[in-house]
Design a protein around this ligand. Structure first.
Ligand SMILES: Cc1cc2nc3c(=O)[nH]c(=O)nc-3n(C[C@H](O)[C@H](O)[C@H](O)COP(=O)(O)OP(=O)(O)OC[C@H]3O[C@@H](n4cnc5c(N)ncnc54)[C@H](O)[C@@H]3O)c2cc1C
Length: 540
């Protein structure tokens, strides 16, 4: 049954979803259950979002694979087998394709269709979207699933287009293999993506030069194959795995230790850090003492521990010192997980250039020029990340009631209701936009999609055609998100999590872009709204 229309003008769809990553795929599946006519518009040529675009060498999870996949279908969980504890990108892309086929999603997804504008029309209570090729489509509801990390950014370096060799951004990697054999390669950027790329290609290239601006604290991933016995345990244990993800702060399998760093002796603390350093995944970040991300002294103990590890693993102590972060504490930026990353710098064919000492002056046809001279390269890899969280919103001309531009409304930082809606933008719902719980993201995706689906069902049953957040609701949630961020060491650090991107104009001031409370608290608040019949919304 289609949702009743306010005006007689026919609409193309009941709902339009922008983006066919994990969020858009699951939202499509759930809205079909309501019998709605849905169309997904996706810029890429296939499903998968993050896992479609990020084909760079070594791209892989740092969520445990079995905690990342969809949990909504028991059959799917039993059919799919993850081969590694932290699957590589090709496997995850295969998984996304499997899901799309399994649930017959493709027939409602229009690929190669980048949305450039989305305009709300009050008379018809509907949204009209425009694609880059000028095509237009209308729908009562608009759901954004455009990704928190999906708009890549390139550094603002003079001469970038003059380079005569090959150059790639990691998130726009070609679909064909890149031949590194014997090549002189530059990697610019040492965030999570740079780390994965560097450790993967170092053994293959002729010579690798890493251009580092800000070193990041990294910790070992400890990946491994999943053997048959473990596979069986995982499949039998899915209910417990997902129940645990529901309980933890950020939906990972790891949860903070209830003790403070100084509640134990120095020896116990050291032994605990050794144990975490030897364990798989994000335990050292998400399962550490409860105060390391809020108390400077506590944070200094783990920062000091990891700094010692770096000094032990890197032979040349001058290089080791360059790899140790000075401007932020351990875990206050997104933690890259690595596999022999530090050992890469012990290789004869690898060189580290510290851009804090010697900034890049320009890119030339032959390579990269710094003060000391010109490096010549065959390939330059930009591992320079994303215009995170709000970047994909800024790329679309979203106009709400009375023609208000979303970018303008958010010019001092995003303002949202539960991270899901915005006042003045009726009938628009956001998945994994600003101010929502992220963490182990598919767990948050499933929750948000189910919440949106619940609201749509509510509207359908009552023949509601207009759903809008109130200005008070938005103010109150935005204030709450800001208050939660106060006192967190991570909010005192420049990073994509605080909205800083030196390569994007207007993103030099810190904002509170993400919800930093616990996922259970987030869900409880959203559940409460639903249980009270969404009475905090304007519904007509
Ligand atoms: C390298 C990398 C590794 C990651 N590893 C992890 C991990 O281990 N664990 C974890 O929890 N998260 C991880 N993430 C975060 C990851 O983004 C999420 O887990 C998840 O995939 C987000 O899904 P999504 O559908 O919300 O967004 P995305 O996967 O980003 O999909 C958004 C889609 O929207 C499309 N789109 C955007 N704008 C438009 C437009 N205007 N018109 C049409 N289409 C548009 C994009 O093309 C894209 O396909 C990682 C991210 C990256 C980049």
């Amino acid at each position: 049954m289609a949702i009743a229309r306010q005006a007689d003008l026919p609409l193309d769809f009941d709902a339009i979803i922008i983006g066919a990553g994990m969020s858009g795929m699951y939202q499509l599946h759930r809205l079909r259950e309501l019998g709605l006519r849905v169309r997904v518009f996706e810029a890429g040529t296939n499903v998968g979002g993050t896992w479609y675009w990020n084909r760079y060498p070594g791209a892989r999870f740092d969520s445990e694979s079995y905690s990342y996949g969809f949990s909504f279908s028991r059959e799917l969980l039993q059919e799919w087998e993850w081969s590694e504890h932290f699957a590589g990108q090709p496997e995850t892309l295969r998984y996304c394709n499997y899901v799309a086929d399994r649930f017959d999603l493709r027939r409602d997804i229009q690929f190669k269709s980048r949305v450039s504008a989305a305009i709300y029309e009050e008379m018809t209570r509907s949204w009209t979207i425009t694609l880059e090729n000028g095509e237009r489509f209308s729908a009562r509801f608009l759901i954004t699933a455009i990704g928190p990390l999906s708009t890549p950014t390139l550094p603002r370096i003079e001469g970038r287009d003059s380079f005569a060799g090959q150059s790639f951004h990691t998130a726009r990697w070609p679909h064909e293999p890149v031949d590194f054999k014997g090549k002189r390669v530059a990697v610019i950027g040492t965030g999570a993506t740079g780390v994965q790329t560097i450790q993967t290609i170092a053994g293959e290239v002729g010579h690798l030069t890493v251009f580092q601006r800000t070193p990041n604290w990294c910790a070992p991933l400890h990946n491994g194959k999943i053997d048959a016995e473990t596979q069986k345990k995982i499949k039998a244990g899915y209910p417990e795995i997902f129940a645990r993800c529901q309980e933890t702060f950020a939906c990972f399998l790891h949860t903070p230790d209830p003790r403070g760093a100084f509640e134990v002796s120095d020896e116990e603390r050291e032994a605990f850090y050794e144990k975490l350093y030897a364990e798989r995944g994000f335990g050292i970040w998400q399962g550490n003492f409860k105060d390391i991300l809020i108390d400077r002294r506590a944070n200094a103990t783990i920062s000091d521990f990891v700094a010692r590890k770096i000094r032990q693993r890197v032979k040349d102590q001058r290089v080791a010192e360059k790899l140790i972060p000075r401007n932020h504490g351990f875990g206050t930026r997104r933690l890259p997980l690595e596999t022999f990353y530090y050992e890469v710098y012990n290789r004869d064919n690898v060189e580290l250039v510290d851009l804090m000492e010697t900034p890049i002056e320009r890119i030339t046809p032959k390579g990269i020029k710094i003060r000391e001279g010109e490096y010549q390269f065959d390939i330059i890899i930009y591992a320079t990340g994303f215009d995170a969280i709000t970047g994909s919103f800024d790329k679309i001309d979203f106009r709400g009631r009375d023609g208000v531009l979303l970018k303008e409304k958010w010019k001092h930082g995003p303002e949202t209701y539960l991270g899901l809606m915005v006042d003045g933008f009726p009938n628009m719902m956001m998945l994994m936009g600003p101010h929502t719980a992220l963490g182990n993201i598919p767990r948050s995706i499933e929750y948000s999609v189910d919440w949106v689906t619940g609201l749509m069902r509510f509207a359908q049953e009552r023949k509601l055609t207009r759903l809008e957040a109130t200005a008070e609701g938005v103010e109150s949630w935005t204030d709450h998100v800001k208050a939660l961020g106060a006192g967190l060491l991570s909010n005192e650090v420049n990073s994509w999590m605080t909205g800083i991107n030196s390569n994007v104009e207007g993103k030099q001031t810190r904002i509170v872009a993400r919800y930093s409370g616990s996922a259970p608290a987030y869900r409880a608040r959203c559940d409460e709204v639903a249980a009270k019949g969404y009475d905090e919304l304007l519904l007509t």
